[in-house]
Design a protein around this ligand. Structure first.
Ligand SMILES: [Zn+2]
Length: 67
């Protein structure tokens, strides 16, 4: 579990997006089941979520090197 601290931080951020950014910025659809996907290359994490209503993709990039 060498990466436990980093992964838990990523999970917290993902949970934050799931809670706080469940409203589509394009159409206003509220996705109660929003589940952001997170991908990391070890330096940055790219979170994305596609609106199930209009297909707009919201993205966040988090730089781990400054976190
Ligand atoms: Zn939408």
């Amino acid at each position: 579990m060498a990466t436990s601290s980093k992964s838990s931080a990523l999970e917290r951020l993902k949970a934050y997006y799931n809670d706080e950014e469940c409203v589509c910025t394009a159409c206003g659809f509220v996705d109660d089941e929003a589940d952001w996907a997170g991908e990391t290359d070890g330096r940055v994490v790219e979170y994305s979520h596609e609106c199930p209503c209009c297909g707009a993709v919201m993205e966040h990039t988090v730089d781990l090197t400054v976190a």
